[in-house]
Design a protein around this ligand. Sequence first.
Ligand code: ADP
Length: 186
Amino acid sequence: MRIVLLGPPGSGKGTQAALLKDRLGVPHISTGDLLRAAVRDGTPLGIKAKAAMDAGELVSDELMLGLIEERMGAPDVKAGYLLDGYPRNLAQARALDELLDRLALPVDKALALTVDEEQIVHRLAKRAEQEGRSDDTEEVVRNRLAVYREQTAPVTGYYAEKQLLQEVDGMGSIEEINQRLTTALG
Ligand code: ADP
């Protein structure tokens, strides 16, 4: 299974991906996790990406394509993938398609978690308390949501046009949502 997971920040993509990857036997590829590791390790990518991440802005398409090209080229991806956090705008969606065509690993399905904004702000405030992520402050969360609305939301339309989109209600318990995703995957 080759899956792209879509949904606003705080929609639970990461939580659900962690549950699904074992069942599907595919790697969970989270660009947010990859970037945070790069920042932690102080790699050239991490150094360049940090300011955008701390502001809740997108890291440049060029840096992201380099990162995703490297990751998708690894042998474990042959089994499939659960992609979380990429693509985040239409240019990334097109670049990803080109890359995946080249690798002969096209997307089977795009699953979009739908969550209302009040719920998101609440979830992210809780995560800020628990994990202390530097981009979970209220102001940066607000900016991440604005960036999502303006740049990332159109990506669902991109996959809808390709008849690959399936929307899944992201409200409820972790187990309920997991059940819905499993059903959507058929
Ligand atoms: P969330 O979905 O909760 O906002 P992520 O962990 O997916 O968090 O991403 C954290 C930050 O990493 C983003 O706000 C952004 O700065 C950067 N980032 C992650 N993926 C991408 C991407 N595909 N393109 C540009 N920036 C990205």
